[in-house]
Design a protein around this ligand. Structure first.
Ligand code: C5P
Length: 220
């Protein structure tokens, strides 16, 4: 039988990660945070002194294809080094967005993403899970929230980690990233035609989880 997949796509800081982790836990499924793969590729690009442009596209794609990546105890290891914090900065998010616009890089990460689809099932979050990576998913959710809400959440998240930022700066950053992600020519950020839209601006995490689990029941 085919392995069930639940996709959660949406813009930056819409709460995809929190929702996807909670739903995966409830269902006892595997979890793929596809953004991490682009973030690690961006970091590898920096460390190799490359720029995210067409001239370096093939080199960066090669880095992506051969990432010495491991996940262990909630940490992301690149060549054994814990890069969990390094890939979470705003600058790393911007680099991820830049490398992710390169078609060869997206192609290089495709097989790795598909390999996460294992029994008993997978919850995957990103920008193109429902449109490109798992077009035959059991359920596709497109998660949004207002830019103000998203900036505020990201702000709280960073403050709690002791990283100081301004709300205005964050909002400008995430709007710039969304614009690049939704206007690129390959796998742009957009809802799949068969996605269910969920605006969580006014919902608690628990309410969002409940909604997605209710939809999941519905499609069984
Ligand atoms: O989700 P996260 O913010 O970690 O993703 C970082 C960047 O990686 C996004 O801004 C986007 O450009 C890219 N990305 C993507 N496709 C995905 C997941 C992330 O292009 N499936």
């Amino acid at each position: 039988a085919e392995v069930p997949v639940l996709c959660i796509d949406g813009p930056t800081a819409s709460g995809k990660g929190t929702l996807a982790v909670a739903v995966a836990y409830q269902l006892g499924y595997h979890y793929l945070d596809s953004g991490t793969l682009y973030r690690v590729t961006g970091l590898a690009m920096r460390r190799n002194g490359l720029e995210a442009d067409a001239a370096h596209e093939m080199q960066i794609a090669e880095l992506a294809r051969t990432l010495p990546l491991r996940f262990s105890e909630g940490k992301v290891l690149l060549s054994g080094e814990d890069v969990s914090d390094a890939i979470r900065t705003e600058a790393a998010g911007m680099d991820a967005s830049r490398v992710s616009a390169l078609p060869a890089v997206r192609k290089a990460l495709l097989a790795l993403q598909k390999s996460f689809r294992r029994l008993p099932g997978l919850v995957a979050d990103g920008r193109d899970m429902g449109t490109v990576v798992f077009p035959d998913a059991t359920l596709k959710v497109y998660l949004t929230a207002s830019a103000a809400q998203r900036a505020e959440r990201r702000h709280k998240q960073l403050i709690s980690k002791g990283i100081s930022t301004t709300l205005d700066g964050l909002r400008a950053d995430l709007e710039a990233r969304d614009l690049r992600d939704s206007s690129r020519s390959v796998a742009p950020l957009k809802p799949a035609p068969d996605a269910r839209l969920l605006d969580n601006s006014l919902l608690s995490v628990e309410q969002s989880v409940e909604q997605v689990l209710a939809w999941w029941q519905e499609v069984q």
